[in-house]
Design a protein around this ligand. Structure first.
Ligand SMILES: NC(=O)c1ccc[n+]([C@@H]2O[C@H](COP(=O)([O-])OP(=O)(O)OC[C@H]3O[C@@H](n4cnc5c(N)ncnc54)[C@H](O)[C@@H]3O)[C@@H](O)[C@H]2O)c1
Ligand SMILES: O=c1ccn([C@@H]2O[C@H](COP(=O)(O)OP(=O)(O)O[C@H]3O[C@H](CO)[C@@H](O)[C@H](O)[C@H]3O)[C@@H](O)[C@H]2O)c(=O)[nH]1
Length: 431
């Protein structure tokens, strides 16, 4: 039996994924009572394809939502900790929820049964071996003797979380001690055929940060190139990127890194910004300066600022002009607005004095309003947004915006995602 602690994107998907693939009973716990209620009612608080259906299928049988941490842990042999690790003001990862969850587990874990503790949350390299293992020792739970301990980072992407968990490229098991690692590998072997890679816990944690650091760096590379091209003039930016992507070295199976070399108005979301900040912080703690990563962050801020400046230039000096924002979620296919660049861009525009801003997003308008409470209005449809705006900025490249591109004809449009570059078709200027 398995327990999952923390039922956000990662915990819910991991829990349902294990129930689905391994056929075991999952005891799930989140400290937020509202979330527990929602899950019990078979509903999920975010948009994520297929998850709702699988929750409906396993709720109450293989997937049991527990009211207390104790209830979730009691009969579990494996405990997956999937709580959030947000960024602190100095960029470091806030481990309070994770360490608090482990401390709160102590009483049950001290009942003499051996359980494997699996750290799924993203944490700085060294956390499992150098922070969590000593903490467990202090609590009287020696890793390898009283409990198993492994770091098992998650690589899923929001919007395709179910598919990513069902078909992982590889399963990375970072062992703080060998017994927990072996048992975790045995668990995965019951239902997953992806390669299982057993490495040290610190290696596993490092790979997770390295992966997001690479993605963020590539996006900022693409954005820097696009800004140079804009400044140069007479460069067909979407075409230039399509041509770059046509280099076969980008396409070998299973590589398809072209997904990260589209220019746009910056990366956002819950993971890339905070994990890069944390990697930079981690480097500084160990006496290294992560100059390239810092540059990627700087370019990212510049890309957001540049987008706001492009919109302002199109709107001109008349601050009452109606500006329409297409897309609020941090990426298409998701309703998550955490760290969304749309917020930063709108905030910059408001700061410049443009106060007549309306926005439309297919999924995330309520979430955006609730999270940020900005003084803007919301359109119910893309049609309404388009007809009511003089300048339109496309911030998130939802399919709907590309399909209904005709609604934008005759308007001043700033395509912040160079959507033409993503269509896969080279269109020559003027065609
Ligand atoms: N979102 C992603 O795409 C993604 C992908 C890979 C890895 N990660 C990492 O996985 C972790 C979780 O991410 P997420 O997006 O699922 O976060 P989230 O914020 O959506 O969910 C975390 C959940 O944990 C709950 N929680 C916090 N403290 C708790 C405690 N002590 N006991 C029980 N529940 C508690 C919160 O109420 C919340 O529901 C983070 O470290 C993140 O960096 C996220
Ligand atoms: O060419 C691109 C590709 C992406 N983005 C932006 O980059 C951000 C992140 O996108 P994506 O990687 O699809 O989203 P996440 O769901 O946050 O997933 C990332 O973060 C997760 C949490 O750590 C990891 O598990 C995943 O492997 C990693 O892709 C979004 O703002 C996108 O709009 C661009 O600006 N240009």
């Amino acid at each position: 039996m398995i327990a999952v602690i923390g039922l956000g994107f990662v915990g819910l998907t991991t829990g349902l994924g294990l129930a689905h693939r391994i056929g075991c009973t999952l005891f799930a716990y989140d400290c937020d009572p509202k979330k527990r209620e929602l899950y019990r009612a078979g509903r999920i608080p975010f948009h994520e394809p297929e998850l709702q259906e699988h929750l409906g299928r396993y709720l109450g049988n293989r997937f049991v939502v527990c009211d207390t941490l104790e209830e979730a842990l009691r009969s579990a042999e494996y405990i997956f900790y999937c709580v959030g690790t947000p960024a602190l003001a100095d960029g470091g990862a806030d481990l309070n929820a994770l360490l608090g969850g482990l401390k709160a587990s102590r009483e049950v874990l001290s009942d003499g049964r051996f359980r494997v503790l699996v750290i799924k949350s993203t944490v700085p390299p060294g956390t499992t071996s150098r922070v969590i293992a000593p903490l467990l020792e202090q609590l009287g739970l020696r890793p390898g003797e009283h409990v198993g301990l492994a770091a098992n980072p998650e690589f899923l992407r929001e919007g395709s979380a179910w598919r990513d968990v069902m078909e992982p490229d590889r399963i990375v098991i970072g062992e703080a001690e060998p017994d927990g690692g072996r048992r975790l590998a045995e668990l995965y072997a019951l239902g997953f055929d992806a390669p299982v890679r057993r490495v040290s816990a610190t290696t596993a944690e490092f790979v997770k940060y390295m992966s997001n650091s690479l993605l963020a760096t590539m996006i900022s590379f693409a954005n820097e190139m696009a800004m140079i091209a804009e400044q140069t003039g007479d460069i067909e930016i979407p075409q230039a990127f399509r041509l770059l992507h046509e280099d076969k070295r980008w396409h070998g199976t299973p590589a398809k890194m072209t997904d990260y070399v589209y220019p746009g108005c910056g990366f956002g979301g819950y993971c890339l910004p905070k994990d890069i900040a944390s990697m930079i912080h981690h480097a500084s703690v160990i006496g290294e300066h992560a100059g390239l990563l810092q540059a990627a962050v700087d370019v990212n801020q510049k890309a957001q600022m540049r987008m706001a400046e492009r919109i302002a230039a199109a709107a001109g000096d008349q601050k009452s002009r109606k500006i329409g924002i297409l897309g609020l979620s941090f990426k298409p296919g998701s309703d998550d607005v955490r760290g969304a660049v749309s917020f930063e861009i709108i905030r910059l525009l408001l700061g410049m004095g443009y106060l007549n801003i309306a926005a439309y997003d297919p999924l995330s308008m309520n979430a955006f309003d609730l999270a940020y409470g900005l003084p803007i209005s919301y359109a119910q449809t893309m049609e309404e947004l388009a007809s009511g705006s003089e300048v339109i900025a496309l911030i998130t490249s939802w399919e709907e915006f590309i399909e209904k591109r005709h609604l934008l004809s005759g308007k001043l449009v700033i395509d912040g995602r160079y959507t033409e570059a993503q269509s896969g078709v080279i269109v020559h200027a003027g065609e």
